[in-house]
Write a protein that binds this ligand. Structure first.
Ligand SMILES: [Mg+2]
Length: 231
């Protein structure tokens, strides 16, 4: 085992394949509105991502429920494309059902987590979301028992990259920043947040994006994580 004892892990798009389920669900949901269907999945996906990220800031700090954010998101998307804005609620619930049918772990995540557990690392989720949402995802992926703890932004009213959220996770695990790694896909929330907290980041970069700066370790597949840190 390396000098590290504990690993904090982001959930969405690090272990849980939000990107995949979201795209599949958009392709199905746009069939419910002629204006969205005419715009096509690529354009709707760009708007969807924009409103999801914006409204999720409220969800992450516990100021808005996920259901409320979903309806508002779809009402805004319908408005943008000249669709029937009174269908916001209908499309939100259709999208939710479609999304859940397509949910899956990020390829390699289940195997990667199992290897880290086997190697004796203490693992905690550190996520900008609500507890109920994230526990549901971990249960459905069969990953809930792999984690010693789950720290979510909405419980504390602060979100990554705020160093205080990282320090809460360290305190709860009983470990120091120097013996802990943080792994996540978001450069701004995960990499910069970990650096703010004095924790070594590992950027999960599965789509080969360009790093904002050099000197940060990265993996493209969670199965590479143990070989990377164990070496
Ligand atoms: Mg993420």
């Amino acid at each position: 085992m390396s000098a590290f004892r504990a690993i904090l892990l982001d959930l969405d798009d690090t272990l849980y394949d939000h990107h995949f389920a979201s795209r599949k669900a958009i392709e199905e949901t746009i069939s419910l509105d002629d204006a969205l269907l005419a715009a096509g999945a690529d354009k709707v996906e760009i708007q969807h991502r924009h409103w999801l990220e914006l409204l999720h800031l409220d969800v992450a700090r516990g100021a808005r429920t996920p259901d409320d954010a979903r309806e508002e998101r779809w009402t805004r998307i319908l408005s943008h494309f000249g669709g029937n804005v009174s269908q916001g609620n209908l499309l939100a619930s259709a999208q939710r059902g479609n999304y859940l049918r397509h949910e899956r772990p990020v390829p390699g995540a289940v195997e990667g987590i199992a290897a880290l557990r086997e190697a004796g690392y203490a693992l905690s989720i550190l996520s900008n979301n609500t507890r109920l949402e994230q526990i549901g995802k971990l249960e459905r992926l069969g990953l809930i028992d792999a984690f010693s703890d789950i720290v979510v932004s909405a419980d504390h009213g602060i979100s990554k990259p705020d160093a205080r959220l990282f320090h809460i996770a360290l305190n709860r695990l009983g470990v120091d920043a120097a013996e802990t790694l943080h792994v996540g896909d978001s450069w701004s929330a995960d990499v910069e947040g970990a650096i703010n907290a004095g924790i070594r980041p590992i950027w999960f970069n599965r789509f080969g994006a360009k790093a904002a700066r050099s000197g940060v370790s990265e993996v493209a597949d969670m199965r590479e994580l143990l070989p990377t840190i164990g070496a």
